[in-house]
Design a protein around this ligand. Sequence first.
Ligand code: GLY
Ligand code: MN
Ligand code: MN
Length: 463
Amino acid sequence: MFAAKTYNARRRELRTRIGQGIILLPGNSLAPNNYPNNAYYFRQDSTFRYYFGLNVPALVGVIDADSGEEALYGDDFTVEDIIWTGPQPTLHDMGAEVGVTKTFPLGDLPARLRKAIALGRKIHYLPPYRGETKLLLSELLGIKPGALHDYKSVDLMFAVAEMREKKSLEEIEAMERAFGIGYEMHTLAMKMCRPGVIEREIAGAIEGVAKSMGQGVSFPSIVSQHGETLHNLNAEGVLEEGRLLLCDAGGESLEGYCSDHTRTYPVSGRFTQKQKDIYNIVLAAHDHVARIVKPHMMYTEVHNAAYMVLAEGLVGLGILKGSPADAVAAGAMTMLMPHGLGHGLGMDVHDCEAMGERSFDFSSIAERAAQSGTCIYRAAWRIEPGTILTDEPGLYFIPALIDKCRAEGLYQGIVDYEALDAYRNFGGIRIEDDILVTETGSRILGDRKIPVTVEELEAVVGK
Ligand code: GLY
Ligand code: MN
Ligand code: MN
């Protein structure tokens, strides 16, 4: 947790941006795993934590934008609770730690909101992503769960996303600590990688590192020889000589900030020439992005720059024909890298996407984004100093996608499908680092480099 002044300043800025109405920020509650008293590991809602700091379940933050009142709603532990949990601070004491003096039982919240609604006041809330929160909001606001998205506050979504996106110095320090966890996870995976090891053994070991150094993983680890499957959570494969292992994993610092890195390397510890050729194309795209990112660029500019470098490399290998620019313009790269170059990173691994893309009416948001300079929809995302985004180009040979494009007659004269046949069982390569946009340019986060060149990887894999 940061000092109270951080949360005071954030709440003050939020209420100034919103201007009027009541800002309602529910934290997460415990989600039962198989029965109520056996819950999943608790993960606080990042926006609640950003403004109210507390990593405790079942709290609701309220900010009255008109009066400036800030309050926390939640229930103090009873003796029956304490028998199981041990002594706990009161809500009043927890509130004081984050600069909130007004605390109330959760049971007082419905009446307060009913009164505000009766007075015609706007209740600003973010689109909920969890069932428990949907039910809570539904009950508090008298809106059916399925209709909650219709009444969400777009003003609040923009204000929160714009504030959370711009990282302060203390947040950057927390992100550096998250990097430290990621570094240990990835270098351990590299050392464990050798024929005969089960992917799951590596995934389990690195997730243990994340848990021992911080809050745990920032997302379920992807440890797979099927790197062509973008988010492959099956880790039952036994590592085989000659194959590549893709490891996409990250940790969360104790303050709840995320890292997200990917490395791909040969199980044998030695790249074949063919693997090296593809690897170095992806690395060139990764390095190019790290060189060019600077404030005020549009995200799409960065994405397309990565596509260009990949296309140049693929023309060199004879997989694409003609000019790289024509291949990119024709959309051929979407067959070989069917994802965005990166995403925002912060308290969430896809930062602020909970307020996300699927919730928006794209036509109106693009117009607003042009004015505000930043938004969650990545095609209209302008990167500014303080933004942290991932740089994660890849090349993937996905038989089902290649076959579909070929059958539909796509990219004729651009993709050499016969040449591509030789890569049918190649798998996929992704390389990912986290980039901080500074006032003048950008830098890759971290005080060390996670091995990334062919030589660096060959020196550590299986050692
Ligand atoms: N780890 C998920 C991603 O890289 O987007
Ligand atoms: Mn990743
Ligand atoms: Mn990522």
